[in-house]
Ligand binder design. Structure first.
Ligand code: NDP
Length: 241
């Protein structure tokens, strides 16, 4: 795997950062994408040496331009981790079309945008690894998250369909469904709600970003070629089925 080029979307903070750093430590040549938080991206690159590329994963043309820059700098992308995601939580009777659409475009359409742009190269080289970051809330649903649950649930279907298309070409496509992980996204959940959530986790705590990164490393390994179309749940036992 030494030197394989890996792109992690939303890779400058939270779970994405942990994934980017774990891949780097394992010998991959890593690029991290981000959406607009310059300060965090600059600090990330200064601390890790991993280059950060700003482009909007919800925008196909922007992804095309961004992938072009990554490829020109580092070479063809062999490992893609679709991690970038947002929340716009509220119940459906308060949800605007903009809140619905932003989450669908950023969390789900992004998986099409990026995968579409790397798939031709992966097919030509007969090797590829795609990992899509879903969510426990895409598996089980969550009050106040019809947009997020729909997008994440869509990721799980997208993963299984693309896995079938890629299989004969050495391309594996898998999903990880994290439970509640201690990042800014979860810190935005009101403390009283979070307390109730943690009470339902058999392991008794929030997960850590590096515990998701561990799953990604497993799925993208060269010798993981027989694992495709699967969803790895990493949730402290909160949701089993
Ligand atoms: P964070 O909010 O901590 O980080 C999100 C990352 O995505 C940032 O790097 C951000 O860039 C980037 N991003 C957001 N929108 C865009 C965009 N339009 N284009 C490019 N980059 C964008 O999120 P987490 O680390 O908590 O979550 C990572 C993934 O894991 C998400 O898909 C999330 O849904 C999923 N997940 C998280 C869980 C959790 O408990 N935290 C649980 C289950 C799933 P910038 O800094 O520039 O804004």
């Amino acid at each position: 795997m030494a030197g394989r080029v890996a792109l992690v979307t939303g890779g400058t903070r939270g779970i994405g950062r942990a994934i980017a750093e774990a891949l780097q430590k394992a010998g991959y040549t890593v690029a991290a994408n981000y959406g607009g938080n310059e300060e965090i991206a600059k600090a990330f690159t200064a601390e890790t040496g991993i280059p950060a590329y700003k482009f909007d994963v919800a925008d196909f043309a922007a992804c095309q331009e961004g992938i072009g820059r990554v490829t020109a700098d580092l070479g063809p992308i062999e490992v893609l981790v679709n991690n970038a995601g947002i929340t716009r939580d509220t119940t459906i009777h308060r949800m605007t079309f903009e809140q619905w659409n932003a989450v669908i475009q950023t969390n789900l359409a992004s998986c099409f945008n990026l995968s579409r742009l790397v798939i031709d190269g992966m097919r030509e080289r007969n090797f590829g690894r795609i990992v899509n970051i879903g969510s426990i809330n895409g598996q089980a649903g969550q009050y106040g998250q019809v947009n997020y649950a729909a997008a994440k649930s869509g990721i799980h279907g997208f993963t299984k369909a693309l896995a079938q298309e890629g299989a004969a070409k050495g391309i594996t496509v898998n999903a990880i469904a994290p439970g509640y992980i201690d990042t800014e996204m979860v810190r935005a959940v009101p403390p009283n709600v979070l307390e109730k959530i943690v009470a339902r986790v058999p392991v008794g705590r929030l997960g850590r970003a590096d515990e998701i990164a561990r799953g990604v490393l497993f799925l993208v390994a060269d010798d993981a070629g027989f694992i495709t179309g699967s969803t790895l749940s990493i949730n402290g036992g909160q949701h089993m089925y």
